[in-house]
Design a binder for this molecule. Structure first.
Ligand code: SAH
Length: 197
């Protein structure tokens, strides 16, 4: 097995462990508002297939060989720190959101706005981490489908979901979320702060 494929398998195992742990913890939380629809459910499944099923088919079977290409060893050396940072951000964003976390767009009975930890400078650090995981996957897997499908499907999910998520947060938290939006960036830290008159 190529070292880059082995690294990817370790990364995806840690990823699943983090997600599984927090899914178990959040399963008992009562939800008061659910904002998911069939299109979003399909996209969430597509992201999961692109992150897990396609890479496993690529690594362990010859079925996707038609879409293989060569990658220089330098991409593995770049992919490794990208993946390590992505996993750190993925874990920290679950930990900082705590009870406010859910896979789908939902609100708890007593939902709290989180603006500390990795949420201090960025509003969507978990989505930043998923973009980084997608970039890392394309650096480690030398296949047009298994390497790039996760980044493409997550970019689509992000584009469709984000306006609904921010509208939902604005509805619930009003001015508190508006001022949080002014001092933070979406997926990268905001460099300059908006000064209100
Ligand atoms: N978009 C965030 C969180 C993704 S999890 C991120 O990328 O880090 C999705 C859930 O998180 C949503 O259902 C919403 O209820 C909750 N959420 C998003 N931002 C939040 C915040 N700042 N504080 C509390 N809950 C938040």
């Amino acid at each position: 097995m190529e070292p880059s494929h082995f690294i990817f398998l370790i990364v995806i195992t840690i990823y699943l462990f983090i997600r599984g742990t927090y899914m178990l913890r959040s399963s008992s939380n009562k939800k008061t508002f659910k904002n998911s629809n069939i299109r979003e459910n399909i996209l969430v499944s597509l992201v999961a297939v692109s992150q897990l099923v396609l890479p496993l088919i690529f690594i362990f079977t010859p079925l996707l060989n038609w879409a293989n290409y060569k990658l220089p060893i330098a991409t593995t050396w770049l992919g490794l720190p990208v993946m390590v940072y992505a996993l750190y951000l993925f874990w920290r964003s679950h930990a900082d959101l705590g009870d406010s976390w859910s896979v789908k767009l939902e609100l708890n009975l007593e939902h709290k706005l989180v603006d500390r930890g990795v949420y201090h400078l960025i509003r969507h650090p978990m989505y930043s981490s998923l973009f980084l995981l997608g970039i890392g996957q394309s650096l480690l897997l030398n296949n047009w489908l298994a390497g790039w499908a996760a980044l493409a499907s997550f970019a689509l999910l992000y584009r469709l979901r984000l306006p609904h998520e921010e509208a939902m947060m604005l509805d619930l938290f009003g001015e508190e979320y508006r001022s949080y939006m002014e001092r933070t960036g979406r997926i990268i830290p905001r460099l300059s702060r908006t000064k209100s008159a």
